[in-house]
Every structure is written in structure tokens, then in C-alpha cells.
Design a protein around this ligand. Structure first.
Ligand SMILES: Nc1nc2c(ncn2[C@@H]2O[C@H](COP(=O)(O)OP(=O)(O)OP(=O)(O)O)[C@@H](O)[C@H]2O)c(=O)[nH]1
Ligand SMILES: [Zn+2]
Length: 331
């Protein structure tokens, strides 16, 4: 066990978690955040505490929540044994490679998801929409971060295209290599805030991570030192401290998340579209040549662009089971 001057708030403790602990439990247990998951042990941090403990909760059922990185965990004050995982704000998971029936947890309790894209020929509204679907599905607030502003004369054109996806969507343009420019993301990276990043290969995620992490990673190093195995501990999943006091959950699994992991979220990004489709004469309207199709009418009137309609069809097709089910439920 190692003592630190870390407070729970600095680790991301919020009312959402404290409200889950009642009288007796509060006396016998203390909350800690899971900072890293290793084989057979987890690194946890609490108010004035950093240590490695066993991830196995005595008496837990296979269906119970098991600790993953980002989780808040109650541990026994005396034995440091894990007691239970607190209810999560959100959970990133994916189908386990090799066994699609199994789910693999990636990260929990993320406050903000940076959806990263670049201001160049790789920019794609359709791709951004997919990531937004995923953010909605997971229940995390998205911020679109458009990188490589230094390589274009018109970053605002890209930003405008992204903003048009959804009213109120946060879109920021940055030069990922320039700390002064990345400072635009400060509001989401402050003390106790947890962020994660998603985006295609080459858009500048690693560059952004390096700029956001800034100088040194004191907390992680302390945990590693406490482990006694130095810097080469095989870390499966880990939280990284950001320069501004926040935390970054950056794991290989996070970056590989696919739309297949999102199911019902499509309907939220395309909420207006789905409402419109409820006006079709036939409940199973395919919005083709059917009479009384409200969607075709909206396209003709110009209230719905055919490009957006095409994107919805494409997304709904890729995720047909989930999307169809969700649309039906809402009728
Ligand atoms: N000019 C400029 N180059 C950038 C910017 N951000 C990233 N790059 C460059 O773009 C290339 C790809 O950046 P990475 O940070 O490796 O991209 P990534 O998203 O982590 O890519 P993967 O590791 O494949 O997922 C590198 O050569 C970076 O130096 C930027 O804002 N401006
Ligand atoms: Zn229709």
C-alpha cells in the first residue's frame, strides 16, 4: 500500500457514485478507482491510497459485474478485499474476438468521448455518424475533434459539415501537435474528468494523446513503482493522467471498436428521420415506391437530404437487426 495526497474528486468521484453507498457499507468499505487491469491483479487508487489488489470478488456470480479499468470499486477498509463494483455511468465493451457470444469489457465511466477525424481527404461525415451512434449507444457525451487544421486553409468547412450532423454537437478543430491549439479541449480534460478517444487510423489520435498527456505521467509511474516490477509491467488496460488533471482511458480495444458493437444507438442520431418515417402510410414502408411515404415526401420538399437518407439506409443495413428492432419499438 502506498499513501498519496490524491482526493476522490481528483480521481473522478461524483455524486452518481457516492449516492450508491449506504450507512453500514460506508463504514466498512472505501471506494477506489480501478486504474489498471493486469493479469490476476488490479491497480486501484482512492483518497490517499494506491495499491494492487486481487480483482476477484469473494462470492461473486459470473453474472455479477467484475472490475474493469475506470470502475469504482468498494473494498474492505481492513483487508482491501474487493466487495462490489459500483453502478457504472457507462461501459465500453465489444464482442470478444473468436467468440461473438462473449462480451469483453474495455473501459467504464467515461465522461467524454473524443471522436477524432482529420481535416483532409479522409474526412467523412458518414464515418462520424457511425461513431456518434456508438457514443449514444454507450451513453457517453461525444465531442468531435477535427485534427490537422494546419494542413488546410478551410478548417471551418470541415467543422460546419460535422456540426450539421446533429444540433448542439460539440465540434472543435485543432492542430494536434500544438499544445496551444489542443488547449481548446481543456474544458473536458480538467480535474477528475475522464476521456476516451475513437477514430480511424492515421487521424492523429496518438499525436493528440501525447499533447494532452503533456510532460509526465506521475500517477502511473507511482503505481508501476509500487508494483516493484518497474516500467515493464504488462498492462492490459490503464488510465493515463492528463496534464490538466483529467484521465485518459486509451486501450487497444477502445480503438478497435466497431459499429457492430453499437446496436440501438442509430435511432438516436437519426431521431428526426425515424419520427418522419412514422408518418408513412405503411408501418413496414421501405421508403421506396410505396404510396404515402413521408420520407420520400420530405426529400422532395427538401426537409430531408437524400444524402442523409442514404447514410441512414447504409447504417441501418449494416446493423439491420438492432436498428429494425428499435424502429419497431418506437412505433
Ligand atoms: N500537420 C499535422 N499532422 C498531424 C496532426 N495530427 C497528427 N498528425 C500526423 O499524422 C500522422 C498520423 O498521426 P497519429 O497520431 O499516428 O494517428 P493515429 O490516429 O494515432 O493513427 P493509428 O495509430 O494508426 O490509429 C503522424 O505523422 C502525425 O504526426 C496535426 O494536427 N497536424
Ligand atoms: Zn416511407
Amino acid at each position: 500500500m502506498k499513501s498519496t495526497d490524491e482526493t476522490l474528486e481528483a480521481l473522478g468521484w461524483k455524486a452518481y457514485f457516492s449516492e450508491q453507498i449506504m450507512g453500514e457499507e460506508a463504514e466498512q468499505c472505501r471506494p477506489v478507482r480501478v486504474m489498471a487491469v493486469h493479469r490476476g491483479k488490479i491497480a486501484v487508487a482512492g483518497a490517499g491510497l494506491q495499491c494492487f489488489i486481487s480483482p476477484y470478488i469473494p462470492g461473486a456470480q459470473p453474472s455479477d459485474d467484475h472490475p474493469t479499468v475506470g470502475d469504482w470499486l468498494l473494498i474492505d477498509r481492513d483487508t482491501l478485499e474487493p466487495i462490489r463494483v459500483l453502478g457504472r455511468k457507462n461501459l465500453f465493451k465489444r464482442r470478444a474476438p473468436g467468440d461473438p457470444r462473449k462480451e469483453q469489457m474495455i473501459a467504464a465511466n467515461v465522461d467524454t468521448l473524443f471522436i477524432v477525424a482529420s481535416c483532409n481527404q479522409d474526412f467523412s461525415v458518414a464515418r462520424l455518424e457511425r461513431y456518434l451512434v456508438l457514443a449514444r449507444e454507450v451513453g457517453v457525451d461525444p465531442v468531435v475533434v477535427l485534427t490537422k487544421t494546419d494542413l488546410t486553409d478551410t478548417p471551418e468547412t470541415f467543422a460546419a459539415a460535422a456540426r450539421a450532423i446533429e444540433p448542439g454537437l460539440h465540434v472543435e478543430t485543432v492542430n494536434g501537435r500544438d499544445p496551444a491549439s489542443v488547449a481548446r479541449l481543456a474544458a473536458w480534460c480538467g480535474k477528475g474528468e475522464t476521456v476516451a478517444l475513437l477514430g480511424s487510423s492515421g487521424v492523429g489520435k496518438s499525436t493528440l494523446v501525447n499533447t494532452l498527456r503533456g510532460s509526465d505521467n506521475i500517477a502511473t509511474q507511482a503505481i508501476r513503482a509500487g508494483d516493484g516490477t518497474g516500467r515493464h509491467t504488462t498492462t492490459v488496460r490503464e488510465m493515463h493522467r492528463l496534464d490538466r488533471g483529467g484521465w485518459l482511458l486509451d486501450t487497444p480495444g477502445m480503438r478497435e471498436l466497431q459499429l457492430a458493437d453499437a446496436t440501438a444507438g442509430i435511432s438516436e442520431v437519426f431521431d428526426d428521420f425515424i419520427l418522419m418515417a412514422q408518418g408513412c402510410r405503411f408501418s413496414d414502408c421501405a421508403h421506396g415506391r410505396e404510396p404515402g411515404c413521408a420520407v420520400r415526401a420530405a426529400i422532395a420538399e427538401g426537409t430531408l437530404t437524400s444524402a442523409r437518407f442514404d447514410r441512414w439506409c447504409k447504417l441501418a443495413g449494416e446493423d439491420s437487426v438492432g436498428a429494425a428492432r428499435h424502429v419497431k419499438r418506437r412505433r
